[in-house]
Design a protein around this ligand. Structure first.
Ligand code: 5GP
Length: 208
């Protein structure tokens, strides 16, 4: 049997309005084997959002309990709410050879980078600041205050861009997804991702 290389840990960040949600959705549709990590949050659900699907919606006390037990791979406060990535799901999927996608903010991404330096860190940007502003304003799911806060936060998210490996501009969603897929294909082909044992098994499979 071929040795199974571990899956890729893919971290996707970008300011509010970059279209992370849409890109993730299409990426998952086109790549059903990609495991999507559902985060925990203390934010209230938006209309249509489901517990366990969009997020695990927790109150602060529950979130603190998870955190104290070390159940988060990373966690951060974003726009006054707590968000965290459940550790066990990510570790189990990676070990089984599946790629895992995290859609998290830059504070969380920096924490993940410290523990998973071999992760693939992708930053998504809208085509222009004007477009970002328009997308945040059109969204209509948040109050005016919330929109102003997201706009200011977008600037500080963008300031972290250098910590990422790849920049993808989301002009047309299909093209942005195709670019992410190309990045993942290249990352899978990197020789230094294979252990000596895995390389030997690959060579035996191909040449033997
Ligand atoms: P929203 O409340 O709009 O769904 O997400 C707000 C922000 O929180 C987004 O930038 C999103 O990427 C980020 N976020 C979602 N889940 C997590 C998480 O588990 N950890 C961190 N650090 N950020 C998250």
């Amino acid at each position: 049997m071929k040795a199974m290389p571990k899956g890729l840990l893919i971290v996707l960040s970008g300011p509010s309005g970059a279209g992370k949600g849409t890109v993730c959705q299409l990426l998952r549709q086109r790549n059903p084997r990609l495991a999507y990590s559902v985060s925990a949050t203390t934010r209230a659900p938006r209309p249509g959002e489901k517990h366990g699907v969009n997020y695990f919606f927790l109150n602060r006390e529950e979130f603190e309990t998870w955190r104290a037990r070390g159940e988060f791979l990373e966690w951060a406060e974003v726009y006054g709410n707590l968000y965290g990535t459940p550790r066990s799901y990510v570790e189990e999927r990676l070990a089984s050879g599946q790629d895992v996608l995290l859609e998290i903010d830059t504070q969380g991404a920096l924490q993940v980078k410290a523990s998973f330096p071999t992760g693939v860190f992708i930053f998504l940007l809208p085509p222009s600041f004007a477009e970002l502003k328009a997308r945040i304003t059109q969204r209509g799911t948040e109050s005016e205050n919330e929109r102003m806060r997201r706009l200011a936060a977008a600037q500080s998210e963008i300031a972290q861009l250098r910590a990422y490996d790849y920049l993808v501009v989301n002009d047309k969603v299909e093209e942005a997804v195709a670019r992410v897929e190309a990045i993942l294909m290249a990352e899978h082909a990197r020789v230094n991702r294979f252990s000596d044992e895995e390389l030997k098994a690959q060579l035996e499979g191909q040449l033997g």
